[in-house]
Design a protein around this ligand. Structure first.
Ligand SMILES: Cc1cc2nc3c(=O)[nH]c(=O)nc-3n(C[C@H](O)[C@H](O)[C@H](O)COP(=O)(O)O)c2cc1C
Length: 360
């Protein structure tokens, strides 16, 4: 069993026995959120070129898909993507335990349960955020998963749903689920309205309540609490890291991936590591693109994730336009990236041989 999976006793939960800081999940200090259709394996490989240590999450994968679908397509990843967590969607303890085992066998570093997604489709399957109303069921799921695997089992949740949005409801939920073996909670600091708001509205309309997450951390200090929601920069992340164990960034990391360039230094203490420049990221992504194209991937499926690389720089719009228009041109290849970088005036790119020491 890994240090991250030490089961909490109720004594721990009362704060009587604190877990030493060195078994805290340091790897959670910064993570990129699970995002359906966005954080696929191409996106993750690209983000990994920008930060070596930031923890990456897959999109949510349902237990039904894993048990009955094309596992290689759903669970395949490049070894360079580590550290990598899989997010599962489901509410049946046996199915979740089975899927956790499959995920561990395939090499994922963590298994996360989705208790935060408010989409109607997910509610029909009785999982996602609606599970906040069933703490005992979530505890059964977590217990079954913890017994099945030795990698950490974590939960991503909201601060409440519908009218179950008091602090006491959240504390009750987290306490029951922690007693079942979850040491790390990623908390999206907004409630979700399960009726009437779309998933997108549920990511922006309910107000952010960092104070609620902060109180949770102060009352359950032995649990690792990762804050999520609305964090735009590493400056903000560092401020929150003064009171929480980790910060998860979603949309900002997707739209402005180069914000992760300083993450290894600022969040993981690797002050000696020079981040790749944007141009080095491009060079190191090109052999990956070439390899994926040779296996039948479409160029657009790879390049759609890199449109934000020059976000908020003078050439940002040109880069985006060049890549998005060029990716659908007949015969377009990884050379498009080089072309687009040259169009911005980027110098010193070596072409599509990649750089020595890059990982493909
Ligand atoms: C396109 C998109 C897809 C998402 N898919 C998931 C998902 O599969 N699982 C999940 O737990 N959250 C999902 N989320 C929510 C994010 O993980 C995150 O909680 C939310 O965006 C708030 O963080 P942010 O303000 O940093 O973006 C998704 C968000 C977006 C924008």
């Amino acid at each position: 069993m890994s240090a991250f999976n030490v089961r909490p006793s109720s004594r721990d939960l009362a704060g009587a026995v604190a877990i030493p800081a060195d078994v805290r999940p340091f790897r959670h200090r910064l993570s990129v959120a699970p995002m359906m259709d966005w954080t696929d394996r191409h996106c993750r490989f690209f983000l990994r070129l920008i930060s070596r240590h930031t923890l990456l999450y897959t999109e949510m994968v349902t237990t039904a898909a894993i048990l009955h679908g094309d596992r290689e397509r759903l669970l395949g990843f490049h070894p360079a993507e580590h550290p990598l967590a899989i997010q599962l969607g489901g509410s049946d303890p046996e199915a979740l335990a089975e899927c956790a085992k499959i995920a561990e066998f395939r090499g994922f570093d963590e298994v996360n349960l989705n208790v935060g997604c408010p989409s109607p489709r997910v509610q029909t399957g009785r999982f996602g955020a609606c599970l906040m109303a069933e703490p005992e069921r979530v505890a059964d799921c977590v217990r079954a998963m913890c017994e099945a695997v030795s990698v950490p089992v974590t939960v991503k949740t909201r601060i409440g749903i519908d009218d179950r949005d008091s602090y006491e409801d959240l504390l009750h939920f987290v306490t029951i689920v922690a007693e079942a073996g979850c040491r790390t909670f990623i908390v999206h600091a907004r409630k979700a309205w399960l009726q009437g708001l779309s998933p997108k509205e549920n990511r922006q309309t309910p107000p952010l309540r960092y104070d609620v997450v902060r109180r949770l951390k102060s009352e359950l200090p032995e649990l690792a609490i990762v804050l999520n929601g609305g964090i735009q920069t590493l400056d903000e992340a560092e401020r929150h890291l003064s009171w929480c164990d980790g910060v998860m960034i979603g949309r900002a990391a997707y739209h402005n991936p180069y914000l992760l360039a300083e993450a290894d230094r600022r969040c993981y203490g690797h002050s000696d590591v020079r981040p790749r420049t944007r141009e080095e990221v491009i060079e190191d992504f090109m052999p990956y693109v070439r390899n994926e194209l040779s296996k039948g991937s479409r160029l657009h499926a790879l390049t759609r994730h890199i449109l934000g690389l020059y976000h908020a720089t003078p050439g940002g719009k040109r880069w985006r336009r060049h890549i998005s228009e060029g990716a659908s041109r007949r015969g377009a290849s990884e050379a498009l990236l080089l072309e687009a970088a040259h169009a911005l005036g980027a110098n010193g790119l070596r072409g599509n041989q990649g750089r020595q020491g890059s990982f493909t």
